[in-house]
Design a protein around this ligand. Structure first.
Ligand SMILES: N=C(N)NCCC[C@H](NC(=O)CCC(=O)O)C(=O)O
Length: 445
């Protein structure tokens, strides 16, 4: 049976804006109140997704969330007509309005943790939406994320959907951004690496001092239990708290894996050598490539600015690997030199392809943040909602849809405009028909 690793990219929503909502995420804070272009953002994302489909990879799209989120604003006590609510929130609690308007669901690496059927005891592919409790604007995503995942992977013979973890800091969960899977072939059992920022129930364990550690060990362990993973197929690694304090708010800002390659910065983890030994032992006999990038070649600040590690390492149909990098990596001399050298070394990575995803980068989201990886066999791919899979037809339809509904420019001051709510709902309603998702949004219920 054939097997693949599909990427499901988040379609950027119509309210994409820069609101400075993510303390600990340097780009988000630096660009607070800048003017965004929702249209360019969505098109940049679609272009990257289409390019990967054209390379012969299985590529899907996940629908964005309903924003402004009137349902959450009502839960926060705002009442009246939709316009009243937007008005009152803008006047009385602008920070809450901004939190309810973010298009942050575009970063589908944070949508969920996914364990392929080859790794799980019941032989099903498991999804657990991330609760994202560390950030208010992201904590309102998981229920709708679950609806969208169920509408996309909608066959219970193959797919098992869990509820997100309890909404408490002890279970802070940021999904696949802190999870990587190593394997010899996508369809063979692999080793799932869960990278956490802190242990919630152990006050003496190391943790960052300045910025939050968004993922807890307890959350990672709970997901592994839900997904029926065996101990000999899982490794828990603590992220180096010093790099979290330098802006590495998710592990995918400092490390990425694909098949038998782990590409990471030398300062990424705690107890690195012991953890690499554990990975080797659990991985078994096949060749494993640990590509460690030293600080002397790429400083943490350069990694954070360029998103060298927020790249996608993908296996092309030829069997060679390519890195899908943001153009920011070309603009950073140290990182560009490193990537040029990397493709000449004795590793499976043979080429680098650059994509302009700057609209997303300015909020701290690179190519890898924009995608959720789902390793599947051919029967599972056939069971996916086929209207979510990228091809020439979907690419054309989605670009036309963006042209019709998205604004060229958006500023935080525009978020209370009742017209934006109408535009956004009209667009999403049409999208659920294009992608045949059914009623996944509150406003459709
Ligand atoms: N690394 C991964 N996988 N994802 C990146 C997520 C970026 C996102 N930015 C934001 O939510 C900024 C929104 C704003 O400030 O307007 C976050 O910090 O959660």
């Amino acid at each position: 049976m054939k097997h693949f690793e599909a990427n499901f990219d988040g379609l950027v929503g119509p309210t994409h804006n820069y609101a400075g909502l993510s303390f600990g995420n340097v780009a988000s804070l630096n660009n607070a109140a800048a003017t965004s272009s929702p249209k360019d953002a969505a098109k940049q994302g679609l272009k990257k997704a289409k390019a990967l489909a054209d390379l012969g990879l299985v590529q899907g799209m996940l629908a964005p969330q309903e924003r402004p989120d009137l349902h959450s604003l009502r839960r926060m006590g705002f009442s009246g007509t939709d316009s009243d609510i937007l008005n009152k929130a803008a006047k009385e609690a602008p920070a809450l309005l901004r939190a309810c308007c973010s298009a942050s669901s575009m970063w589908t690496a944070n949508a969920a943790t996914v364990s392929p059927s080859a790794d799980t005891r019941d032989g099903k592919l498991h999804f657990t939406p991330a609760n994202l409790v560390d950030k208010l604007h992201r904590s309102i995503e998981p229920t709708t994320t679950g609806n969208i995942l169920q509408a996309t992977f909608n066959d219970s013979r193959f797919f098992k959907h869990h509820q997100h973890l309890p909404e408490h800091a002890s279970f802070g969960d940021e999904g696949a951004a802190n999870h990587t899977r190593l394997c010899s072939e996508y369809g063979h059992a692999g080793v799932e690496l869960f990278v956490f920022g802190q242990e919630a129930t152990n006050p003496t364990a190391p943790k960052p001092q300045k910025f939050p550690a968004r993922q807890t060990l307890e959350a990672s362990q709970a997901v592994a239990r839900l997904h029926q993973l065996d101990d000999d197929g899982t490794v828990y690694i603590q992220q180096n708290p010093d790099v979290i304090d330098q802006g590495v708010f998710h592990n995918d800002v400092i490390a990425v894996g694909n098949q038998n390659v782990l590409f990471y910065h030398e300062q990424a983890f705690l107890n690195t050598q012991a953890k690499l030994n554990e990975i080797k032992r659990k991985f078994g006999e096949s060749a494993l490539h640990f590509i460690e990038v030293p600080t002397t070649k790429v400083a943490i600040q350069d990694a954070v600015k360029s998103y060298l590690f927020n790249t996608q390492v993908v296996t092309l149909p030829s069997g060679e690997m390519a890195i899908i990098a943001p153009t920011n990596c070309q603009e950073n001399p140290a990182v560009f030199a490193y990537l040029n050298e990397l493709v000449t070394l004795d590793t499976p990575i043979k080429q680098v392809l650059y994509f302009d995803v700057k609209q997303s980068m300015q909020n701290g989201g690179g190519p890898a943040c924009l995608r959720l990886r789902v390793a599947m066999n051919q029967d599972e791919v056939a069971a996916v909602n086929q209207h979510t899979l990228m091809n020439d037809g979907l690419f054309t339809r989605l670009n036309q849809w963006v042209d019709k509904h998205y604004r060229d420019r958006l500023h935080v001051e525009d978020l209370a405009d009742p017209q934006l709510l109408i535009e956004s709902r009209t667009a999403l309603d049409e999208l659920t028909q294009i992608m045949q998702l059914g009623s996944v949004y509150q406003f459709q219920k």
